[in-house]
Design a protein around this ligand. Structure first.
Ligand SMILES: *Cc1c(COP(=O)(O)O)cnc(C)c1O
Length: 235
C-alpha cells in the first residue's frame, strides 16, 4: 500500500482540515486568535502509521491516554514530536511516564504531584503539568474535588521539576455540546479565582474534546484534546 492509498482510506488530512476550520470558526465567535489554541492530537487506540500520516499534515503535538500504550508506541514514532499524557496517571506508572512525556494533563493528587517531581529529578528533566479538576462531581471522572485543589496548587510552588501551566477538566458526555458550557465556564472562573487568591500564575486551560471543543474554546480553552475528529473512531 503506498502513501496515497493510506490517505484515501483514513482521510486524516481531510479531517484535520475540518478540525482547523471548526477551531477558526469558534475563535471568530469568541474573538480569539486561533494561534492561541494548542491542538493536542489524541492518538490513543491508533498506530504509528496514523501518527506519521498526521505528521505529514503538520501535526507535531500528540496525546496518549495510557502510559502502557505510550511505552510501546512512542519508540516506534519519529523523534521530535511532543507527547502529552492526557489520561489518568497511576502512581506505579510515574517512573515510566517521565521519560516519555513533555506535558502531563492529569495531576490529581498531592501524592502523585510529589512523586512526579521526584521522578523528574531522578531523570534530570522538567515537565509541564496541568492540575485536573472534577468539575461535574461525577464519580466516573478523575480529578480533584475543587475544595482539594488549592493544596495541590500551592504544593506546585515547591516542585523543582514541574511547571504548572493551569487546570484541566473533562465535561460530562452530552449529545448537545451546549450542555458542557457550564463546566468549562466554571473551570475558567476557578482558574481566575485561584490564581488571584493563591498568587499562582496559571495561563492555560486544557478542556474540550471532539464533541465539545468549540464550546471549550468559547469559554477560554488554550489546549484542546482531540482524538476521534482527527483519527476516526477507535477500534
Ligand atoms: C480520549 C480522550 C480525549 C479525546 O477524545 P475524543 O472524544 O476522541 O476527541 C481527550 N481527553 C482525554 C482525557 C481522553 O481520554
Amino acid at each position: 500500500m503506498n502513501d496515497d492509498t493510506i490517505m484515501a482510506e483514513t482521510g486524516i488530512a481531510e479531517r484535520y482540515r475540518t478540525v482547523r476550520e471548526r477551531i477558526e470558526k469558534a475563535c471568530a465567535r469568541a474573538r480569539r486568535d486561533p494561534a492561541d489554541i494548542q491542538l493536542v492530537a489524541v492518538s490513543k487506540g491508533h498506530d504509528p502509521e496514523h501518527i506519521r500520516e498526521a505528521m505529514t499534515c503538520g501535526v507535531t503535538v500528540f496525546g496518549e491516554s495510557k502510559v502502557q500504550e505510550a511505552r510501546a508506541k512512542i519508540p516506534q514514532c519519529p523523534e521530535g514530536l511532543t507527547w502529552h499524557l492526557v489520561g489518568h496517571l497511576q502512581t506505579n506508572k510515574i517512573k515510566h511516564a517521565v521519560p516519555l512525556f513533555d506535558v502531563v494533563h492529569s495531576v490529581d493528587s498531592l501524592k502523585r504531584l510529589t512523586a512526579l517531581d521526584d521522578a523528574c529529578d531522578a531523570y534530570g528533566r522538567t515537565l509541564q503539568i496541568f492540575v485536573e479538576v472534577n468539575v461535574s462531581g461525577e464519580k466516573s471522572k478523575f480529578g480533584l474535588k475543587p475544595e482539594a485543589a488549592s493544596e495541590v496548587l500551592e504544593a506546585t510552588l515547591q516542585c523543582r521539576r514541574l511547571e504548572l501551566r493551569g487546570l484541566m477538566t473533562m465535561a460530562p458526555l452530552a449529545s448537545d455540546p451546549e450542555k458542557t458550557r457550564p463546566y468549562f465556564r466554571q473551570l475558567r472562573e476557578w482558574r481566575d479565582q485561584w490564581s488571584r487568591d493563591l498568587n499562582i500564575p496559571m495561563s492555560d486551560l486544557s478542556m474540550g474534546m471532539t464533541n465539545d471543543f468549540e464550546v471549550a474554546i468559547e469559554e477560554g480553552a488554550t489546549y484542546i484534546r482531540v482524538g476521534t475528529a482527527l483519527f476516526g473512531e477507535r477500534g
